[in-house]
Design a protein around this ligand. Structure first.
Ligand SMILES: *[C@@H]1O[C@H](CO)[C@@H](O)[C@H](O)[C@H]1NC(C)=O
Ligand SMILES: *[C@@H]1O[C@H](CO)[C@@H](O)[C@H](O)[C@H]1NC(C)=O
Length: 834
């Protein structure tokens, strides 16, 4: 025990007192203590998971062959109110960087402070927009002072904790601004002045690690400009002294409400990475390695979904997304084995024509080769130094000794996992699932009576939503009244209420009665609502509730994009007829109220809400607007990630034990069209390629991090905005249940279940010439008869097993084919509860 303590003290001392690193660079790559390194990095955004998840995510990244983790810094998460800071929980940046350090990895810190990232308002706090005289991301003193204040604070925080490599910490690269080059043109000479100011600001921090500016073709020296995209092999930095860095290798794509699920194949991601290294790249970062979840109100937009899975190597919940995770792990092993020669060797490219090429690196008498075929549909056989190699279309073959084919981006030789959702074993009544629900109405007085006290402000015009709310809530009430007398031209006419809004969701009430709800689309945010209404003699109240679904995060002057009801708001009598009369209410006195009564005043979402009375058990409403629901549930057993299935609900927000797990909107169906049953990895990827989930809810399952759950009863609270039923709500776990692998002779096949699960069954197994794919394998014409018993012995009852695929081990197949023998297995993982 004493020895163990001493050992861990030593480890601790090593971690805490690790020595300063000298980080420099030249045209070939980053140099750490003078030695050129390959940086294999992946993005994990700390607020998109929980501190309890971080160690596991980072370990899986390391196991997957990464040596670096990248993150942005999220200004609006840290400074929600000017000069009031939050670095707690998911926002604990220092803890995140230290977790990276404890795992022996480097960190890439992209301070921004603009981050895009499909994150609310691109990471800017909305109060910034509301400062007098400000203009964001340009040569504007008010903005530059705020930016300097925040970035200096982050740098100081990192320095105080000794987190820069120059101090012995993990941070080897830092970024200022973000993709500014994409939109700089529209800021004219002020944009150019701003970029130069950014570069000077960064240098003034003296952090002694290099700075980068991504997508900044004119990055002032010594800022290194870097590439973001699906492919960056043809990118070259703007200085002969800068290395070729790929800051964002998009492994998939994000999803907005209404979009199908985007996928990018493992073969194509591997192809893009291999091409990048073939053509002299030495630093690359997966965007995302773990995408995670847009908890709370953090999703950008408008209309970015709550899941930020991104089809990343680790899925939203932190599970290995196989085969992608494993296929890239193997690629990393090969590339890292060639580190010295790739970063120091002489490079020679050979063009065979037809987009077929070879690249030969030579260093100290050794050689390493790449064979690249960028043709979309033609396989080629080429001769390299006297040997013929077949290179499939859209693939790279890597030969670390220019002779042995060790890796082909087109040949997947590792596990495929099929994720399944399993019922909550902790609950006695599984099927049909019966939770006991309580409900109450969101019943704002102002709905019935019009403008009330407690309203934040009034004005004789329509105001921009984010200006009034500072984005402290999704919701803003716009309320006015109209007096109608018998002499009013509108009286006795058919009246239409017409509201033009800049988005994102609108609910309209006249005299306390709901007259309509409407919302826009990701690429069509503005819309007009027209509803027939009935006016009465005397005072009529018009209450419009406008809701945001994430503020814009990208584009030139995205920060200035209007949101909410900008009008006009009109009452139109006998619309379209010759007697049409129009009363424009835009200049009326409008009273504004921020937020919902249930959240802001009653705190119904909280565990310790003082308003625990007033909830009803009877007459549970369905398809009713503005209803609060709550229930308690037992946490599923085991360690697998937990989700809640919200099928049946409309749109709203969900809280578990007081934690806001994000906006839900299962009623928003993904586009019907554009899905493909099969997905060809060949050819240039785009976000519309390889879509699934057409016509289903955009997002049906919502992640509940394990650390939000307690062993006894847990509280789920829903605010339902459109109307739906909670009666189908289920709590489930997500894990790979069916696992498969098919591998040619000469490789090892590794199968593994999630921690806590064991291989309980082998559903299919054949070593010979089996056909088909995971879930649909078929035996071929020949196979080794003893393979099954050998493999069952090696795998059944184990968390993982590794099988050397060869006739020596598995017995003769008797196939006598020109192709190599293949092993295909389909097995089942079963969770163990202790
Ligand atoms: C940048 O702003 C400063 C201060 O407002 C101004 O003096 C200067 O001319 C601006 N630079 C450019 C290139 O417009
Ligand atoms: C919004 O922010 C501005 C500037 O910080 C402040 O004056 C105003 O009171 C805030 N409004 C709300 C509703 O919080």
């Amino acid at each position: 025990m004493v020895r163990l303590l001493a050992l861990s003290l030593l480890v601790w001392l090593f971690i805490v007192c690790s020595s300063a690193l000298d980080v420099s660079y030249d045209s070939r790559g980053l140099k750490i203590n003078g030695e050129r390194k390959i940086i294999m990095s992946g993005s994990i955004h700390y607020p998109r998971s929980t501190p309890e998840m971080w160690p596991d995510l980072i370990k899986k990244a390391k196991e997957g062959g990464l040596n670096t983790i990248e993150t942005y810094v999220f200004w609006n998460a840290h400074e929600p109110v000017r000069r009031q800071y939050d670095f707690s929980g998911r926002n604990d940046l220092v803890r995140f960087i230290k977790t990276i350090q404890e795992n022996g990895l480097y960190a890439l810190l992209r301070i921004g402070p603009y981050v895009c990232a499909e994150w609310n308002y691109g990471g800017f706090p909305v109060w910034l927009h509301n400062l007098p005289g400000i203009q964001l991301r340009t040569n504007n003193t008010v903005f530059m002072n705020e930016m300097k204040h925040f970035t200096a604070m982050i740098v100081d925080m990192m320095r105080r904790e000794k987190l820069f490599a120059s101090q012995g910490g993990p941070i080897i690269l830092a970024q200022i601004e973000n993709e500014y080059g994409n939109i700089m043109g529209s800021y004219g000479s002020n944009g150019k002045a701003y970029v130069e100011w950014c570069a000077k600001l960064a240098q003034s921090f003296n952090i002694e690690v290099p700075w980068i500016m991504c997508q900044q073709g004119d990055a002032p020296q010594p800022m290194i400009n870097t590439c973001n995209g699906w492919y960056c092999d043809q990118f070259y930095p703007n200085s002969k002294n800068s290395p070729k860095i790929w800051t964002e290798n998009w492994v998939g794509w994000f999803k907005d409400w209404g979009m199908q699920d985007p996928h990018r194949t493992a073969e194509d991601v591997a192809f893009a990475v291999a091409r990048f290294f073939q053509y002299g790249g030495t630093v690359q970062n997966y965007y995302m390695y773990h995408g995670g979840t847009n908890f709370g109100r953090t999703s950008g937009g408008p209309y970015i979904a709550t899941s930020y899975d991104y089809d990343a190597p680790l899925d939203e919940y932190g599970n290995k997304n196989q085969p992608k995770w494993g296929h890239l792990k193997k690629l990393h092993e090969v590339i890292m084995s060639m580190e010295t020669i790739l970063t120091n060797g002489d490079r020679r490219d050979v063009d065979y024509g037809n987009m077929m090429s070879a690249t030969i690196y030579t260093y100290q008498g050794k050689q390493a080769c790449f064979l690249g075929n960028a043709n979309w549909n033609t396989d080629f056989t080429v001769n390299l130094m006297g040997t013929n190699y077949k290179v499939p279309a859209w693939s790279v073959t890597i030969l670390p000794d220019c002779f042995t084919e060790v890796y082909s981006t087109a040949k997947i030789n590792n596990q495929i996992s099929i994720m399944e959702k399993l019922p909550n074993e902790a609950d006695d009544e599984k099927e049909p699932y019966e939770l006991k629900w309580l409900w109450r109405a969101e019943h704002p007085e102002h709905l019935k009576h019009g403008p009330v006290k407690g309203s934040v402000m009034s004005a004789n015009k329509l105001l921009d939503q984010k200006v009034v709310t500072n984005d402290t809530s999704d919701y803003l009430w716009y309320m006015t009244s109209v007096d109608v007398t018998k002499s009013d031209p509108l009286w006795c006419k058919k009246v239409t209420l017409q509201v033009k809004t800049k988005g994102h969701v609108l609910h309209a009430f006249v005299n306390g009665k709901h007259v309509g709800s409407q919302y826009g689309l990701y690429n069509k945010v503005q819309f007009t609502m027209e509803k027939d209404i009935k006016l009465k003699l005397g005072t009529n109240t018009i209450s419009l509730l406008s809701a945001t679904v994430g503020l814009a995060n990208y584009g030139a002057r995205f920060d200035e994009v209007d949101v909410g009801i900008h009008g006009p708001v009109k009452l139109i009598g006998d619309k379209g007829s010759k007697e049409e009369v129009v009363k424009d209410l835009s200049g009326n006195k409008w009273t504004y109220k921020v937020g919902l009564e249930g959240i802001e005043e009653k705190g119904l979402q909280k565990v310790d809400s003082r308003h625990s009375s007033g909830w009803k058990t009877y007459n549970l409403p369905s398809n009713r607007l503005f209803v609060w629901y709550k229930t308690t549930f037992k946490a599923p057993l085991g360690t697998d990630p937990v989700v809640v299935d919200l099928m049946g609900l409309g749109k709203g927000t969900a809280w578990v034990n007081g934690h806001n797990i994000g906006r839900y909107w299962p009623a928003y169906l993904a586009d019907q069209d554009g899905c493909s049953i099969s997905c060809d990895y060949r050819g240039t990827y785009g976000s519309n390629k390889c879509l699934t989930n057409c016509g289903n809810p955009t997002q049906r399952w919502y992640h509940i991090p394990r650390s939000y759950l307690r062993d006894d009863d847990n509280l789920l609270v829903l605010f339902e905005e459109f109307g739906g039923t909670p009666l189908n709500v289920k709590f489930q776990t997500v894990s790979p249940v069916t696992i498969c692998g098919n591998t040619y002779e000469g490789n090892a096949l590794e199968l593994s279940c999630q921690a806590g699960s064991l291989i309980s069954e082998v559903r299919f197994l054949s070593f010979g010439n089996p056909k088909g794919s995971c879930g649909a394998y078929e035996k071929g014409t020949c196979e080794a008869s003893n393979a099954a018993s050998f493999i069952k012995k090696a795998c059944l009852g184990k968390e993982s097993c590794s099988i050397e695929v060869s006739e020596n081990v598995l017995g003769p197949t008797g196939c006598h084919m020109t192709e190599k023998n293949m092993l295909a297995i389909e097995a089942v993982c079963h969770q163990q509860f202790y």
